[in-house]
Design a protein around this ligand. Structure first.
Ligand code: GUN
Ligand code: FE
Length: 455
C-alpha cells in the first residue's frame, strides 16, 4: 500500500462540498482506501510517521488538487466517431440517418479496435474513471470493448445493445431473433465475468435493451428474466423525447417506467438515461425499485424537447448521476456535464418566454442546481446510482481520483486564491478546467493516465 498526502475536494453528500488540506489517504494493495487522516486529528502524526518510515508516503506536487474521478453513467461507445456531428435532426431521424449506419460498422473488428482504443484512452485522460457503456449488437466488438477497459484499467459496465424490432430497426442493424439477442447478451456476461484479468470485477456486464421502440415485448420480457437469473445490472433509455414518450404510450398504453417495470427491467442499480418526461408517479416507482436516472443535460438540449426536472427527482430521493450520452451530447468531458447540469436548471428556472416579467417567469419554484450538487452527481452520486463504492475519499471506497494541475501550461484554469472564500477554488476548477489540467488519473489506486514522474 501507499499513503498520499493531498489537498482537494469531494462531495459524499449531495449539496455539500468537503475540502481537505494535507490529508493522508492510506490506500491498500487492492486500491481501496483504508483510512483518511486530517491534520489535527489524533492519529495524524502517527499515520504520517508510519508512512514516512515505511517509505510509503507520496506527496502530491504543491498546488495540485485532488478530486474523485468522474462516473459517466451514459456513453454510447460506438458513437465516438460522430462526437460533435449530426445534432441537427430529431432523435428518431438521427438514429436512422446517422447512428445506426455508424454502429453497423462495428461488424468490422479493425474499425472497432481503432475507435474503442482512442475512446477509452480519451475518457481516462478526461478523468472518467467509471464508464457505463452501450456497445453495439456485435459480439466481437463488444468483447473487445470490455477487453480494452480491462487492459487500460478503466472501471466500466459494458452492454451488448439488444434491438430486434423490425418495425423500428433496419435490416442491416438488428438482432435477427429474440434468441440471438439473448444468447449474445449471456455470452458477453460470461466473457466479462470469466475474463482472467478482470480482477475484482473492474469491468461488469450490463443488460442493455436499447429502448422500448427498438425491442419486441418478447425480448424485453426475456431480458428482464435474464438480468434476474444472472444477477446483472440493466440500462436503457427512458422517457427521453416527446416522440419516444408518445410512442410507448401508443404501443403499451403506459409510460416507459411502468412498462419497463412489468418486464422486470427496473432493478437496483438500473440506469435509465434521460427521464425528461417522467411523471411524479414514475419517479416513485423508480425510487422504490432503487433504479437510477442518468441525467444527460447536454444531449437533452438537442434531443429531449424538455428539461429534466432534476431538483424534483432529487427531492423525491431518486438516485441520479450524470452522463455525457456520447454522441447525443457533443462533449466527452464530464466537466461539460457538470456545467450543463447547472445551466440547464437555470434555464428551467427562468423559462424562455421573454414576454413575461422576471417574477412571472420564475414559475418553476426552486429548481436551481448549484456546482456543489452537480459535482456530487458527477462523482459519488453516479457511484451510488450503480451501487459502487466510488466517488468519495472515505474508508472502503476505491481510490479512483484525478489530480488537477491548475498551472498546467496549456490548461485553462486561473486561480485567484487571495480573492477567494470557501470552496471558490472548486467552483473555478469545475467551470474552467480543460483536459490539459488533468495531470494524473488513478483507478483502483493505479495510475491510468498522465505521467506520474512529477510526484
Ligand atoms: N434512444 C435510442 N437510442 C439512442 C441513442 O443512441 N442515443 C440517444 N440519445 N437516445 C437513444
Ligand atoms: Fe443515449
Amino acid at each position: 500500500g501507499k499513503t498520499l498526502r493531498a489537498s482537494g475536494f469531494h462531495a459524499p453528500v449531495c449539496g455539500e462540498v468537503d475540502s481537505f488540506a494535507d490529508s493522508l489517504i492510506a490506500i491498500d494493495e487492492n486500491g481501496v482506501i483504508e483510512a483518511v487522516h486530517r491534520p489535527g486529528e489524533p492519529d495524524y502524526d502517527k499515520a504520517l510517521r508510519a508512512a514516512t518510515d515505511g517509505g510509503a508516503l507520496v506527496d502530491l506536487p504543491d498546488g495540485a488538487i485532488l478530486l474523485p474521478g468522474f462516473v459517466d453513467l451514459h456513453i454510447h461507445a460506438p458513437q465516438y466517431p460522430q462526437l460533435g456531428n449530426a445534432l441537427d435532426v430529431p432523435l428518431e431521424v438521427w438514429l436512422q440517418s446517422h447512428t445506426f449506419p455508424l454502429e453497423a460498422r462495428y461488424a468490422d473488428l479493425a474499425f472497432a479496435r481503432r475507435s474503442y482504443t482512442v475512446l477509452v484512452d480519451d475518457l481516462l485522460a478526461s478523468g472518467t474513471t467509471t464508464a457505463v457503456y452501450y456497445g453495439t449488437i456485435h459480439d466481437e466488438a463488444n468483447r473487445l470493448l470490455a477487453d480494452l477497459c480491462i487492459e487500460k484499467g478503466q472501471r466500466a459496465f459494458v452492454g451488448k445493445v439488444a434491438m430486434d424490432n423490425p418495425a423500428e430497426c433496419p435490416d442491416y442493424y438488428r438482432d435477427k431473433s429474440v434468441d440471438a439477442a439473448l444468447k449474445a447478451t449471456a455470452g458477453l456476461i460470461e466473457h466479462i465475468r470469466g475474463h482472467p484479468d478482470n480482477e475484482d470485477s473492474l469491468v461488469r456486464p450490463i443488460v442493455t435493451p436499447r429502448f422500448i421502440p427498438s425491442c419486441t415485448d418478447d425480448l424485453l420480457a426475456e431480458l428482464g428474466a435474464l438480468a434476474k437469473d444472472h444477477d446483472c445490472h440493466t440500462q436503457t433509455h427512458c422517457s427521453e423525447s416527446d416522440w419516444e414518450h408518445g410512442y410507448v404510450i401508443d404501443r403499451h398504453g403506459m409510460s416507459d417506467t411502468e412498462s419497463l417495470d412489468r418486464f422486470g427491467l427496473l432493478r437496483a442499480g438500473t440506469v435509465l438515461a434521460h427521464g425528461n418526461f417522467l411523471s411524479a408517479s414514475d419517479m416513485e416507482v423508480i425510487e422504490v425499485r432503487q433504479s437510477a436516472v442518468a441525467h444527460c443535460p447536454l444531449s437533452n438540449i438537442y434531443f429531449s424537447d424538455a428539461v429534466f426536472p432534476l431538483k424534483a427527482a432529487l427531492r423525491k430521493g431518486l438516485r441520479v448521476g450524470l452522463g455525457t450520452d456520447i454522441s447525443g451530447g457533443p462533449s466527452a468531458s464530464m466537466f461539460d456535464s457538470v456545467r450543463s447540469t447547472v445551466s440547464s436548471a437555470r434555464q428551467l428556472e427562468r423559462g424562455t418566454d421573454p414576454s413575461l416579467g422576471r417574477d412571472e417567469r420564475s414559475t418553476q419554484g426552486d429548481v436551481r442546481i448549484d456546482f456543489r450538487e452537480a459535482f456530487h452527481l458527477a462523482t459519488a452520486g453516479g457511484g451510488a446510482a450503480v451501487g459502487l463504492p466510488v466517488g468519495a475519499f472515505a474508508p472502503g471506497f476505491q481510490f479512483d481520483a484525478i489530480m488537477i494541475d491548475p498551472e498546467a501550461v496549456s490548461g485553462t484554469i486561473r486561480l485567484w486564491p487571495d480573492l477567494y472564500e470557501g470552496d471558490q477554488v472548486l467552483q473555478t476548477i469545475l467551470f474552467t478546467a480543460s483536459r490539459a489540467n488533468i495531470a494524473l488519473v488513478w483507478v483502483g489506486g493505479q495510475h491510468r493516465s498522465g505521467t506520474p514522474d512529477r510526484q
